[in-house]
Ligand binder design. Structure first.
Ligand code: NAP
Length: 267
């Protein structure tokens, strides 16, 4: 059976993630790119400003984009402040947001969840769209039932704005849901340089590495008597996130609440 066409607008189409999302939409038979939101190139065609075959028009005003192109879904891959604003405007216009932008706080998420409930349409916010990363988080949660000592080392390119990464925070949250609360390390340990032991979430230490050359990598390291267990995921390019974006666009059409995290939409 032929799948129904999903009309999509992309915010941040010229960005590293956004340009991959443009490719994904162009290459998917039942997806149609109807518009793009950028802060420059108002009313120009996407194909005139980037490598793309899309005739979709760029808008600097997201509400004009929504009223003129009537998308079903907004894919947002921008920055935390603008991504949050776009998500709110999308919900207010009945457009289902699929948000890959990271850096939303818990209160941002609560606010967006309330708005989604009020509007009764689906929304998906996922700090990591790589399916392998989602499995890394799930396997880490499984391991935390047996190993209570754990530290998370995430590594990203040096243009990333938020630290720790949304994935590291989400992993710590998933581990905390099953792990006995515990302070790790020596009770008398002292940081000679502040920050040396990383950030602390529920006693779990999170370490952020930022270097050119990296894309997105995370190792969850568990320690037990005479053994360590390392669960690691590496994204070597941004195409690694696109199978998750595709799945989220398809799923967001079928739900009527906000789902945070891709792990909640895969079996
Ligand atoms: P990027 O290359 O800097 O792209 C960001 C894009 O947003 C740029 O095109 C930028 O345009 C645009 N933008 C900024 N302000 C805007 C505004 N006011 N209106 C419209 N567009 C605006 O960043 P990236 O590496 O693609 O990452 C984008 C987001 O995705 C980040 O939050 C990142 O952490 C996140 N991310 C998520 C995943 C995931 O799996 N969920 C994976 C990787 C990255 P200008 O060129 O004009 O600045």
């Amino acid at each position: 059976m032929q799948k129904e066409t999903i009309k999509i607008a992309i915010a941040g189409p010229r960005g590293r993630m956004g340009s991959e999302a443009v490719k994904l939409v162009e290459d998917t038979a039942h997806f149609e790119l109807v518009g793009a939101i950028d802060r420059t190139y108002n009313r120009e065609k996407l194909s005139d400003v980037m490598i793309s075959s899309s005739e979709a028009v760029i808008y600097t005003d997201i509400t004009e984009c929504f009223s003129e192109t009537a998308p079903d879904v907004l894919i947002d891959l921008t920055t935390p402040e603008i991504g949050k604003l776009h998500t709110k405007i999308a919900l207010e216009h009945g457009v289902r947001p699929v948000v890959g932008t990271t850096g939303f706080s818990e209160s941002d998420l609560n606010e967006l969840m309330e708005l989604t409930d009020e509007k009764g349409i689906g929304a998906i916010i996922a700090p990591n769209f790589a399916l392998g990363a989602v499995l890394m988080m799930k396997f880490s949660q499984m391991a935390a039932n047996y190993f209570t000592d754990v530290e998370i080392i995430e590594q990203h390119h040096d243009q990333k704005l938020d630290a720790p990464s949304g994935t590291a925070l989400k992993t710590a949250e998933m581990i905390s849901a099953v792990r006995e609360a515990k302070m790790q390390g020596h009770p008398d340990e002292k940081e000679i340089l502040p920050g040396a032991r990383g950030a602390d979430q529920n006693g779990i230490r999170l370490h952020s590495v930022r270097l050119p050359g990296l894309i997105a990598h995370q190792e969850v390291m568990f320690g037990g008597d005479g053994q360590t267990l390392k669960i690691r995921h590496d994204s070597y390019n941004r195409a690694s996130f696109m199978s998750g974006v595709k799945l989220a666009v398809e799923q967001v059409m079928k739900i009527d609440q906000l789902v945070y995290g891709l792990e909640n939409i895969i079996e």
